[in-house]
Design a protein around this ligand. Structure first.
Ligand code: SF4
Length: 377
């Protein structure tokens, strides 16, 4: 039953194409872990946070975008502009520069799929941030109902909030056991699958069998995986093959998106969804976007992010860190020197793995990682 996760992580587009052939629900996409998929579910869509799809060429995207944009953004544009999936609606969200331009690029390129942008604060460390975010969610719903020509159903929203929260809670549990009780390839495959599958199907598959454990018979080096989104599952497989055991995650694919709360009575129990209190749910969704763990695209409490990563790394016995950077990703590139420095001061050496179009680690990165693992062993 768990094999489906690895299949989806390797080919999310193929999975969604098959899903679309057998479903009467329409597909709505987003490109960020900030975006609350429950809003799309509550309009009768199947909400999907499309994972990056790395390719040798992004022909369609590169005619519409400037070439110095990260492959995360380019892959989304490529898939949508090429009509590779039957996408009925897109939920955009303001975040980094690359994500901010995607709606305009799609529009300028003639994409007819309606796109509605959820406007979020940049600072998430001020009391005004929650008000800003809650208003952003309310405005998004009003605009989306008009643009998508659908009503947001309060009953569907209540059920979707509970199911999506349950999904994130299970992923958080899994990432807390990363490398100790849960095999990292399984954990990241499951996290990517949670972005793509319907939540009921995902939860059913997740609990169908015990979670695979890491191979403790091999001597492996405990590492931190940090970065934006996981570029592809092959990187995790390559790290494991080289003897790196991920015991701590700091990615949007993993712990960050899974940390988004929706603090509303009843949301804790997916079996008994909360009453359809539309205003209260929208408020809880908006506040949750502020309260989640953020990456460097948001201004969060000064210094807390890097200090938090370093102290978690020390707690988990991390001996080396892998910083996964998409080429042309400014937010993570700007943060990397300080993160590397602070980790080094704590006795943890880092390697930067830059991803552009290639899946998996390049030969030179394999060599550098091997050297680092031999040094710290
Ligand atoms: S955070 Fe970085 S990798 Fe992610 S979309 Fe923005 S620029 Fe691209």
């Amino acid at each position: 039953m768990h094999e489906i996760f690895l299949e989806i992580a390797r080919d999310p587009i193929g999975y969604l194409q098959s899903w679309a052939k057998g479903s009467t629900r329409e597909l709505a996409l987003t490109f960020s872990g900030l975006f609350p998929l429950e809003l799309l579910d509550a309009m009768g869509f199947h909400g999907v946070w499309l994972p990056p799809v790395l390719r040798n060429r992004y022909n369609r995207a590169d005619t519409m975008l400037q070439v110095f944009m990260c492959s995360r953004a380019r892959s989304f544009v490529d898939v949508v502009a090429g009509s590779e999936l039957p996408v009925a609606a897109i939920g955009a969200v303001t975040d980094c520069d690359a994500k901010d331009v995607i709606p305009g690029v799609l529009h300028a390129g003639g994409c007819e799929t309606p796109v509605v942008t959820l406007r979020m604060p940049i600072r998430v460390d001020t009391p005004a941030a929650v008000d800003f975010a809650v208003n952003g969610v309310r405005h998004w719903v009003a605009e989306a109902e008009h643009a998508f020509n659908r009503r947001l159903d309060p009953d569907l929203l209540a059920g979707a909030c509970a199911l999506r929260l349950r999904t994130r809670q299970r992923l958080s549990e899994m990432f807390q056991k990363l490398g100790t009780e849960v095999d990292p390839v399984f954990a990241y495959s499951a996290a990517v699958s949670a972005q793509v599958m319907e939540p009921e199907a995902f939860l059913h598959a997740l609990d169908a069998a015990p979670w695979p454990k890491p191979d403790h018979k091999r001597r492996m080096i405990p590492v931190l995986m940090s970065g934006s989104e996981l570029p592809n599952i092959k990187i995790i497989e390559d790290l494991a093959g080289l003897g790196a055991l991920i015991v701590l995650d700091d990615t949007e694919t993993g712990t960050r998106a899974a940390s988004r709360p929706v603090q509303h009575p009843g949301c804790q129990d997916a079996e008994t969804p909360p009453p359809p209190d539309l205003d209260g749910l929208l408020e809880a969704i908006g506040a949750g976007i502020v309260y989640k763990k953020h990456g460097p695209t948001k201004v969060s409490p000064a210094g807390n992010r890097i200090q938090g990563i370093v102290s978690a790394a020390l707690d988990r016995g991390v001996q080396a860190a892998v910083l996964g950077l998409f080429k042309f990703c400014d937010p993570h590139a700007f943060e990397a020197p300080a993160l590397i420095e602070q980790l080094k001061m704590a006795g943890i050496h880092s390697i930067v793995v830059e991803t552009d179009k290639e899946t998996g680690l390049l030969a030179r990165e394999r060599t550098r990682l091997q050297t680092l693992l031999e040094i710290v062993e």
